[in-house]
Design a protein around this ligand. Structure first.
Ligand SMILES: [Zn+2]
Length: 320
């Protein structure tokens, strides 16, 4: 990935491109912005630029520097992540300080990514400040935080600050679509609407929504298989929470039903629950189950009242 493919933030990206071209990259950069705006992604792109050893356009994407950077194995890119380590302690910074005075191994510069500095102790920041005041040659610090104001004024004044904002929804949607082709456009747009275009947060919501939907689909299938009618009613009532969620559950249920059909005709399936269903229910019943779920998906697309939808689906699934 390079700066051109970064979503939105055109002015900041243009400014960074100019800095890169000039060859005078600042020795300390702070990237700030809300969670999910791409701070870590941008930090990694900049690190790759800095260690690229190509003579042409950087990052070239195929020199040894670029490849190692992309695989996070470059010896001259050092990552300290506050999110992983909790609070960034003075010791973390001291380690960086003693390492920073050693010449780079193979890249023109050594890059220190100090990520998620929101909870960086004042003592650690003062230790960092000592390096920023007299920076060793060939060293670049890239610091990320949700707000640069979390850092001491003395640290800020020795760094160049770049702030990231969520891009407009259409740009965010295009970015997610190209990076995650398996997601459908409606799902992407509705997740972005909730997060005001914040890509990271939207992806997180899609993922957690998907996990919840998959789990509910599996529970419904198990309840149908075992004939637990009261559970079926409780589980299907959860579909009333939102149309997107209900659609997600039905998609997973349809996939599950497909696996049940496979199992019932003796084709290998990866889904243990499907084998169980095929043992307990007749082939005819399984085919009808798949038909009913397909029907339910179509009904959901019409303007059906969500509160009744769960009850209706439960009644359909109960039929033996
Ligand atoms: Zn390169």
């Amino acid at each position: 990935m390079d700066l051109k493919s970064f979503a939105g933030n055109d002015n900041t990206i243009y400014e960074l491109e100019q800095v890169m071209k000039s060859g005078a990259f600042p020795h300390a950069v702070i990237i700030d912005g809300a969670k999910g705006t791409g701070k870590k992604t941008l930090a990694n792109i900049l690190a790759q630029y800095l260690v690229c050893v190509s003579d042409g356009g950087k990052p070239c994407g195929h020199c040894s520097g670029c490849i190692k950077a992309a695989h996070k194995t470059h010896p001259d890119i050092n990552i300290t992540d506050g999110n992983v380590q909790g609070v960034l302690a003075v010791d973390n910074i001291r380690k960086i300080r003693s390492d920073a005075y050693i010449m780079p191994n193979e890249a023109p510069v050594k890059v220190y990514l100090i990520l998620d500095c929101d909870k960086m102790l004042a003592a650690s920041q003062n230790a960092l400040l000592k390096i920023l005041e007299e920076p060793p040659k060939n060293v670049v610090f890239i610091i990320t935080a949700t707000s640069a104001n979390m850092l001491l004024q003395t640290v800020r004044s020795r760094s160049r600050i770049y702030t990231l904002y969520p891009p407009p929804v259409e740009i965010s949607a295009g970015y997610i679509e190209s990076a995650y082709p398996q997601l459908n456009k409606e799902e992407i747009l509705s997740a972005l609407k909730v997060t005001d275009g914040n890509i990271g947060k939207a992806l997180q919501n899609i993922q957690s929504g998907n996990e919840e939907a998959k789990m509910l689909a599996d529970q419904i299938l198990a309840a149908v298989t075992e004939g637990r009618e009261y559970d079926m009613l409780l589980l299907t009532s959860r579909l009333s929470s939102s149309r997107d969620f209900a659609a997600g559950v039905l998609d997973f249920l349809l996939e599950d039903a497909g696996e049940c059909i496979k199992a019932s005709v003796g084709i290998e399936t990866h889904l243990d629950a499907a084998r169980k269903t095929a043992e307990k229910l007749s082939q005819k019943r399984i085919y009808r189950l798949a038909d009913d779920i397909e029907k339910a998906r179509n009904i959901l697309k019409s303007n059906v009242n969500l509160n009744f939808f769960g009850t209706w689906l439960c009644a359909v699934l109960k039929e033996k």
